[in-house]
Design a protein. Structure first.
Length: 309
């Protein structure tokens, strides 16, 4: 039997503003969720799954999503498979299978990017996970490259440190150097956000300026650092010193962040990651996300205005 030709993924079309402002959608919520929120003005959607596909058939979901987006300017920017592919158990095997399915189906959504966690060998130092990272992701990155797909790793620490943890090693710039040395490829990069660096007390904007060429996607999530708590109790004391925030409610100057992206030629999206803000959650979830959407559009410079001829 002849092997069916695989259509390569293509990047979503650029918008006049250069950078799209969108949001994350759980794949399990389906196209109906997008249909309800697209009137708010979201320009992009990052579709994500947790550990497994959860019974979702990507060709069916793609058809439904494309029907919802038809007639609008909104696009799907990425598929995401978030699990721990380095753990070595049955759940890891399902996550790896999910990576393959997302890579193979990206073109059905009109996108060219798959994102997620690197995984981590449980309770080892970050550098102790590099061998397993290379073993798992070398074939996945090649599979993606053959299909015109980019791989981007989110920079969430998932409660881990350099010495111990689970789920993800891609939360420190020294780890990024080890990762990109182990799997050297042009189609491997970062799904970066300032929040995860700030809660490690890293200044995010100089970091972005240094690493922006490896940033394939930006998550719209911010943080508030309680420096009064840090000064009195430290970061290991009984009081919470940092809060994940929806953009517009945290400490980051997103106008400066977007300026760095523009100056360095970034063309992609900022996709809001909700469900974390301590105030704008539950019944206020979409209130916070729409505020973030409009805030980020203002930081971008609002809508494109053509110059006089």
């Amino acid at each position: 039997m002849a092997k069916k030709k695989q259509t390569k993924a293509t990047p979503p079309p650029a918008c006049p503003e250069g950078i799209r402002i969108g949001t994350i959608v759980r794949g399990a919520d389906g196209a109906e969720y997008m249909k309800q929120i697209i009137p708010h003005g979201f320009e992009s959607f990052a579709v994500m799954f947790w550990q497994t596909m959860g019974g979702v058939k990507l060709p069916t979901l793609a058809r439904e999503v494309n029907e919802v987006l038809a007639g609008s300017d909104a696009v799907v920017t990425s598929l995401g498979m978030f699990g721990d592919p380095l753990k070595g158990d049955a759940a890891a095997a399902e996550t790896i299978a999910g990576w393959r399915k997302c890579i193979d189906a990206a073109h059905l959504f009109g996108c060219d990017m798959v994102t997620g966690f690197t995984g981590r060998v449980p309770d080892t130092k970050i550098d102790g996970s590099i061998k397993a990272f290379k073993k798992v992701f070398t074939p996945l990155v090649k599979r993606a490259a053959d299909k015109g797909v980019r791989i981007a790793f989110e920079n969430c620490d998932m409660g881990g440190t350099w010495d111990r943890g689970a789920w993800n090693i891609a939360h420190n710039p020294m780890a990024w150097e080890l990762m990109f040395d182990a799997v050297p490829a042009d189609n491997i990069g970062l799904q970066w956000e300032p929040c995860h660096q700030m809660v490690s007390l890293i200044d995010p904007l100089p970091q972005l300026d240094k690493w922006v060429d490896k940033v394939f996607n930006v998550h719209g999530k911010d943080a508030t650092i309680r420096w009064d708590v840090v000064r009195e109790y430290g970061i290991d004391g009984p009081k919470q010193f940092a809060y994940h925030r929806t953009p517009g409610f945290g400490d980051t100057n997103w106008a400066d962040l977007i300026t760095i992206l523009r100056q360095r030629g970034y063309v992609g999206s900022i996709d809001i990651e909700g469900w974390h803000d301590p105030v704008y959650r539950r019944e206020l979830e979409m209130t916070g996300q729409v505020h973030a959407l409009n805030y980020l559009k203002r930081c971008r410079g609002d809508s494109f205005v053509p110059n006089p001829k």
